[in-house]
Ligand binder design. Structure first.
Ligand SMILES: Cc1ncc(COP(=O)(O)O)c(C=O)c1O
Length: 732
């Protein structure tokens, strides 16, 4: 730091203090500029942004696509008011409604305005549809809520500091305890028109509701003709590892409030969404905002939504959120007993500090001094909500700094002598997924013998039926021997193998990974792109009907017509990151991810496959037991490689070109054993260095079709325990 810049810091803070109202108490960092997840102050110091402007910067700072959309629109028109139509509002609303599953959206600017819109809508609905006597409508709100700062909204806050001296307040609100259905019932009356609630209470300290509360609340609202309105201003648009946090609860609200990230980190853009039966209580003149839905805001918000989709930011939040949670828990454990609880969902974590030992504010300021930006809420909780574009490496850096800070604080309090076995009181509650460990149970694998296997047609560039027929006998023998060895290897490693009978005329039935993908007992059947394989679909249906009859599978789903999807070959479940990695562009349609998300209730991360030699994701991407990703970079776009790297961090193993060409990546990992059809010395060394044992089973005959161990195997007992969205229509 030189004297000039230090003076600059002091000056900027001083001017804000001198001329600004005193309604904020910022962390003493003067931000000069920022890019993506990094921020620099006027003294040139670099910070990792672990706060993301309270979720408004989910896209990272100045996302190039969002900035470009703004610049394009700034060349045309920015604000006309809603007195006229425009070219950006319609497309933005269409995209928003389609993504969120509502019929109508009403655009506003700030979150508080969108909440006000929801309140007005709910009351009108109460009078006009439910028949509540005029002026008597009541809305139930949770204690500990935060919905913004207008006088109506703070009027129903339970936080004295937000209300003190601002009354008189609007009547018509009654309180219940967040997560407690008995208190919802007690607060309700015949005049209750709506429940307005956050799915996770952010400002209150990232409070996750008890399991089942929202499902019960949904049922109660239905029974009592009460609207359920969910405020996802902070939790929405990927923050929790789902597009919307209500998806974790398996419900669909009647109204949805969005804001913050909708503005792509550039502008205030918010919206209230509902179906026509609710929204159509507004007629022209009944509600509005000069800037709401302006052309510039709509262009930015449309691009912001597209970026979340194109860059797989929802899956990224789910995957990296798990990592952030683990790392913060480790830090909390190391810093015992400073931390009482670590909780959250996706890339949104609250760390609850024991106030008798430290204040959250003090730790936040010290963390900033070490280059990590976070923010306290309510004296005791430190909030971490980085941009969804964060990488695993940056999370590690920030978590290391936080851990060191806790250790130093502990030392300064002279409490480092606490026995490590003593009850620290550190509670961890968060993603259900951390409780599900699929790795321990023996894998159940479906295989189909190569009784009729041959290269009968050429749907891959290297397939050559003539070559096969020249040497058919030997190749068939080789296929049978390879398949038997593969099965025996799996069984020796503790797997249970179920055998699906082969069928004459369908040589590729052996590739069971393509016939379906299975998670939580639910199977989604393939729909093949190549007509040569289309007949296999019927066998798949029969086979899975039998598996269901035998209790091996609970439910079977069909991929919608017009969508191609080649099963587990293009949908690889990642139990560590709690997402499904999906491949598209060769055999499966990009939109197949909708089916996977709906049926399994799991976020997906779609990767475009650009090389016909790697025509299924499993030919270039393999997950190992410890979360390592074995992959072949050339199969993916630069953007895809970037996404894989960002999520894998140091758990990335690059398959040499020679191994990838021999389909070594198409392997199966059981515990610390990796079953492969080929392995170079270089790759073997890498795997062994990470504690894996390599078993090579030559599968040359199958390689001729472009398949190897993974293709020949479908895992039936993957477990995730997601929830599908209520009301989704699926062909079961
Ligand atoms: C859940 C929730 N609702 C509403 C708001 C208000 O949004 P704004 O500050 O844009 O008015 C916030 C802001 O933090 C929020 O977290």
């Amino acid at each position: 730091m030189n004297a000039d810049t230090a003076i600059a810091t002091h000056d900027f803070i001083g001017k804000e203090a001198r001329y600004g109202a005193r309604n904020y108490q910022p962390v003493p960092v003067v931000v000069d500029h920022a890019r993506d997840c990094l921020v620099w102050d006027v003294e040139g110091r670099e910070y990792i942004d672990m706060m993301g402007a309270y979720s408004a910067v989910s896209h990272g700072h100045l996302h190039p696509r969002v900035v470009a959309a703004a610049q394009r629109q700034l060349e045309r028109v920015a604000v006309t008011s809603r007195a006229y139509h425009g070219t950006t509002l319609g497309p933005f609303l269409e995209k928003l409604c389609t993504l969120a599953g509502f019929e109508r959206a009403l655009p506003m600017n700030t979150g508080a305005e969108a909440v006000e819109t929801a309140i007005k809508c709910a009351r009108r609905w109460g009078y006009r549809v439910k028949g509540i006597p005029d002026g008597r409508a009541e809305i139930l709100v949770a204690r500990g809520n935060f919905h913004g700062r207008t006088s109506t909204i703070v009027g129903f806050s339970s936080e004295p500091a937000y209300r003190d001296g601002f009354g008189p307040f609007a009547p018509g609100f009654a309180h219940f305890d967040f997560g407690d259905m008995a208190s919802v019932r007690a607060a309700a009356s015949a005049n209750t028109c709506a429940v307005l609630v956050e799915p996770i209470q952010g400002e209150a300290g990232v409070i996750v509701p008890p399991a089942g509360f929202f499902a019960e609340l949904r049922q109660w609202c239905d029974r009592n003709n009460v609207l359920l309105i969910i405020d996802e201003v902070q939790s929405g648009l990927g923050r929790t590892g789902r597009w919307f946090a209500f998806e974790h609860e398996g419900i669909r609200p009647d109204g949805l409030v969005l804001g913050k990230a909708l503005g792509g980190g550039l502008l205030p853009v918010s919206a209230f969404l509902a179906d026509a039966r609710v929204m159509d209580v507004f007629e022209p003149g009944s509600h509005g905002s000069t800037f709401g839905g302006n052309a510039l805001a709509a262009a930015v918000a449309l691009e912001a939504l597209r970026v979340i989709e194109d860059e797989n930011l929802v899956a990224r939040s789910a995957a990296l959120g798990g990592h952030l949670m683990r790392r913060l828990r480790e830090a909390a454990e190391a810093g015992r007993p400073l931390v009482r609880e670590v909780r959250g969902r996706g890339l949104w974590v609250g760390v609850d500090i024991d106030p008798s030992l430290a204040s959250a504010r003090e730790l936040v300021e010290r963390m900033a001094a070490r280059g990590v930006l976070s923010k306290e809420t309510h004296e005791t909780v430190i909030r971490f909500a980085p941009p969804l574009t964060i990488t695993r490496a940056l999370i590690d850096r920030a978590a290391d700094i936080f851990r060191d800070l806790l250790l130093d604080k502990r030392k300064s309090l002279a409490i480092n002598a606490i026995a490590s076995g003593a009850a620290s009181g550190v509670q961890t509650c968060s993603e259900a997924g951390d409780r599900v460990n699929t790795q321990d149970s023996a894998p159940q694998l479906l295989m189909s013998p190569p009784d009729f296997f041959e290269v009968a047609y050429s749907i891959n560039p290297w397939m050559n039926p003539e070559q096969w027929s020249l040497d058919a006998k030997r190749l068939t023998r080789d296929a049978l021997a390879g398949w038997d060895t593969l099965r025996a290897t799996y069984e020796a490693l503790g797997a249970r193998v179920l055998v699906k009978p082969a069928a004459k005329g369908w040589p590729d039935l052996v590739f069971t990974a393509n016939c379906a993908v299975v998670l939580d007992g639910k199977a989604i059947l393939a729909r093949y792109l190549k007509s040569e394989r289309a007949g296999e679909e019927l066998h798949g249906q029969r086979m899975f009907a039998q598996l269901k009859a035998r209790g091996e599978i609970d439910a079977v789903y069909r991929t919608p017509e017009g969508v191609y999807f080649e099963g587990a070959g293009d949908a690889i479940y990642d139990p560590l990151r709690r997402i499904v990695w999906m491949g598209y562009g060769q055999r499966s349609s990009r939109c197949a991810h909708h089916t996977v998300e709906q049926v399994f209730g799991i976020p997906t991360l779609s990767l475009e496959l650009v090389d016909p030699h790697y025509y299924h994701l499993d030919t270039a991407f393999c997950l190992l037991q410890g979360g390592e990703i074995l992959y072949h970079p050339a199969a993916f776009t630069e953007e895809g490689r970037g996404q894989i790297r960002a999520l894998a961090g140091d758990l990335l193993i690059e398959a040499p070109a020679q191994d990838a060409a021999h389909l070594a990546v198409n392997s199966v990992c059981i515990g610390r054993d990796v079953v492969m059809c080929w392995c170079s010395d270089a790759l073997r060394q890498q795997l062994e260095a990470r504690g894996y044992r390599v078993h090579v089973v030559p599968l040359g005959s199958f390689n001729r079709s472009g398949g190897a161990a993974y293709c020949l195997t479908l895992k039936l007992n993957n477990l995730f325990k997601g929830r599908q969205r209520e009301g989704e229509k699926l062909a079961a």
